[in-house]
Design a protein around this ligand. Structure first.
Ligand SMILES: O=C(O)CCC(=O)C(=O)O
Ligand SMILES: [Fe+2]
Length: 178
């Protein structure tokens, strides 16, 4: 099955997001498995097995994602939270760049990116104290021309204690090695 076929099989449109999102298992095809191991090599401080399946997000013209946090706090998700923790970080891989529009904006940081095909973007959604990182609020600007396709990987916090520790403002000191 081609990626094109996979991402048109299932589609969700939420009010916040005008796009199609398709969940794809890390090992669904050889290419996804290769991407998964490339990302794991790139990000050795994370255990990517403790992440959600890939989500391929397709934005057609007008497609966008309103400002949001990748850090659910609603009651529905409490069970998952207890088991897997929240989304400590988000990884985005750009598969197709819009011809116009489609930037990624961090609204609190007042920073925007127009990433290129093949770029990988990582940010933290959670502080080292397991709280919402309010600076992580972001949005995908409307695609004005062409089409944008990204893969999102939301990394869960349980099992990432090493990463959390290294983010602690105290950093490592000799006590950590005793
Ligand atoms: O499509 C983008 O640039 C951002 C997508 C996003 O917000 C996410 O995957 O959490
Ligand atoms: Fe997001």
């Amino acid at each position: 099955m081609t990626l094109e076929q996979m991402i048109t099989v299932q589609s969700t449109n939420q009010s916040m997001r005008e796009a199609n999102g398709t969940w794809i298992a890390h090992g669904k095809t050889l290419k996804f498995a290769a991407l998964f191991s490339a990302l794991q090599n790139l990000l050795p401080l994370f255990d990517l097995r403790r992440s959600e399946p890939f989500q391929v997000i397709n934005y057609n013209r007008g497609g966008h994602y309103a400002p949001h946090y990748d850090y659910p706090t609603d009651e529905k998700t409490q069970k998952v939270m207890e088991k897997r923790g929240n989304r400590i970080a988000t990884v985005i891989v750009v598969l197709k760049r819009a011809e116009k529009g489609g930037g990624l904006v961090f609204t609190e940081l007042k920073t925007s990116l127009l990433p290129d095909v093949g770029d990988v973007i990582l940010w933290f959604n959670m502080t080292s104290r397991h709280q919402l990182e309010y600076l992580s609020k972001h949005a995908a600007c409307p695609v004005e021309r062409g089409r944008k396709i990204v893969i999102s990987l939301w990394i869960r916090s349980k099992g990432q204690e090493f990463t959390l520790k290294s983010r602690n403002s105290n950093g490592f000191d000799f006590r950590d090695f005793n």
